[in-house]
Ligand binder design. Structure first.
Ligand code: HEC
Length: 164
């Protein structure tokens, strides 16, 4: 009898120990047999993942005209090109992050545009790998058009004005 009570107390303790930690864990989404955990919403991806990476790619593409003359933006070192390749890879991967259930707004237009972002990012990645500044400029333009095409449909108001 005494032993029985002890066992029950131990079981209750185990259960009590389990439930709070289970609640603290963020819900895990199930999709096609894969489980994943969203690290943030679309706005989070824009602010912290995609926008900084795209900015870095654009900052390395084309040229700027200043009072002192025209300055080419393309990297001049292997390290510089590697950094562009890295950021282009983040742009490409972001396309898939935007397609995850919980972020994708619909499975038509949104899907096509986000896949277009993967393509444009991969083009920029290849251009950087080949250290081809003309191809990088074209890919940068393509990335920009993808941003625009999504925002023109899915972002209303001021945000659309501020962002590409
Ligand atoms: C598939 C759709 C889609 C694509 C592609 C896309 N965006 Fe966005 N973007 C959104 C949506 C939706 C919002 C509004 C998010 C919100 O406020 O909840 C947004 C908002 C933003 C914002 C404002 C974030 C803030 O602080 O409120 C920036 C900056 C931005 N996008 C940059 C970019 C850039 C740069 C690209 C291309 C490299 C891009 N976006 C491509 C859908 C997209």
């Amino acid at each position: 009898m005494k032993q029985g009570k002890l066992a029950l107390a131990a079981l209750l303790l185990t259960l009590a120990g389990c439930s709070p930690s289970e609640q603290a864990v963020a819900p895990v989404q199930q999709a096609a047999g894969n489980s994943f955990k969203l690290s943030g919403d679309v706005k989070h991806i824009m602010q912290w993942v995609l926008d900084p990476a795209a900015d870095s790619v654009w900052d390395s593409a084309g040229s700027i005209i200043t009072a002192a003359g025209t300055r080419e933006l393309a990297p001049t070192t292997d390290e510089g090109w590697l950094a562009v390749e890295h950021n282009a890879a983040v742009v490409a991967a972001s396309g898939n992050l935007l397609l995850m259930p919980g972020r994708a707004v619909d499975d038509q237009g949104w899907q096509n545009i986000a896949q277009g972002l993967v393509d444009a990012g991969l083009l920029a990645q290849a251009a950087a790998k080949n250290q081809d500044s003309d191809a990088l400029f074209d890919a940068g333009g393509q990335i920009y058009r993808v941003c625009k095409s999504c925002h023109s449909v899915y972002v209303q108001g001021d945000e659309a004005e501020e962002s590409p």
